[in-house]
Ligand binder design. Structure first.
Ligand SMILES: Nc1ncnc2c1ncn2[C@@H]1O[C@H](COP(=O)(O)OP(=O)(O)OP(=O)(O)O)[C@@H](O)[C@H]1O
Length: 249
């Protein structure tokens, strides 16, 4: 299958800091692709560039729908979202003072399906929201305030929130970070189901090696703003340049 997302020679600096320096990445349709690298290697900056939160200084990003993003042709996050690319953040972005189901309502409204100030405009939307909460395992907590959820449960809620938009590609920023082991297994299993049953493509940034090696088909390794290795989990694990990057940092 072809690639649904491609990054060619992308650079991005913040003042004198070269966060990305000529990095490239390919994400094959239907894959679960991992993006790993030591702290500060540029992974989140690349996520921000792909999703329109940061402008790039050089190179190009090829999004679904034949959209090509360059320095002179930036893209706004909502436009990226409309190409079918959903994203979670390292620190979750939910509304803590709203209930779980109210958060789902807001996300439905964002997708342009209903109005935030109205009640659910159709029973079908509400059923879908409940169905997604059931899928991630939060249906019993619908009326709880999102701010009262555990960290792992917040990640599951954020997962349900992006699923409302029926994304074709999901970028996950540290889905296992700060989450207890049984919740990590649950999150991993949900990712697999979405990948296998709905063909959703995943790009995952993650420091938990056991998780990333266990779930990904292919892994790209970043070091100091560029890709230094890629391959299957086995290939990457045994690559001396990868070991050196981690040990050196
Ligand atoms: N908005 C910003 N302003 C200044 N420097 C930044 C900014 N965002 C990132 N950086 C710097 O760019 C470099 C890459 O950071 P980035 O967060 O992309 O790395 P990372 O691989 O995601 O790290 P981690 O694994 O720790 O999350 C770092 O040196 C970081 O301090």
């Amino acid at each position: 299958m072809g690639n649904v997302l491609e990054v060619f020679d992308v650079s991005k600096s913040f003042g004198g800091i070269h966060a990305l320096e000529g990095c490239s990445l390919q994400v094959e349709q239907g894959s679960i692709t991992g993006l790993i690298g030591p702290n500060g290697s540029g992974k989140t900056t690349l996520f921000n560039a792909i999703t329109g939160y940061e402008r790039i200084d050089a190179g190009s990003i090829h999004l679904p729908g034949e959209i090509i993003v360059t320095k002179d042709r930036p893209i706004a996050p909502d436009k990226v979202f409309r190409t079918g690319l959903g994203r979670t953040f390292q620190l979750t972005r939910i509304f803590p003072r709203l209930s779980v189901i109210e958060n789902m309502h807001v996300a439905t409204q964002r997708k342009g399906l209903g109005s935030f100030f109205s009640r659910w405009s159709t029973g079908q939307e509400q059923r879908r929201a409940v169905e997604l909460l059931h899928f991630v395992g939060l249906d019993d907590l619908q009326e709880h305030l999102a701010g009262e959820l555990s960290y792992g449960q917040r990640k599951l809620l954020e997962f349900a929130l992006i699923l409302i938009a029926d994304p074709k590609i999901i970028l996950l920023d540290e889905p296992a970070g700060g989450v207890n082991p049984s919740m990590i297994n649950h999150i991993g299993e949900r990712i697999r189901v979405l990948n296998q049953e709905q063909g959703i493509t995943f790009l995952i940034v993650e420091h938990n090696m056991e998780f990333v090696m266990g779930i990904c088909d292919k892994i790209t390794v970043f070091h100091r703003g560029t890709n230094i290795a890629e391959g299957s989990p086995g290939e990457v694990r045994n690559n001396p340049a990868v070991l050196e990057a981690y040990l050196g940092d």
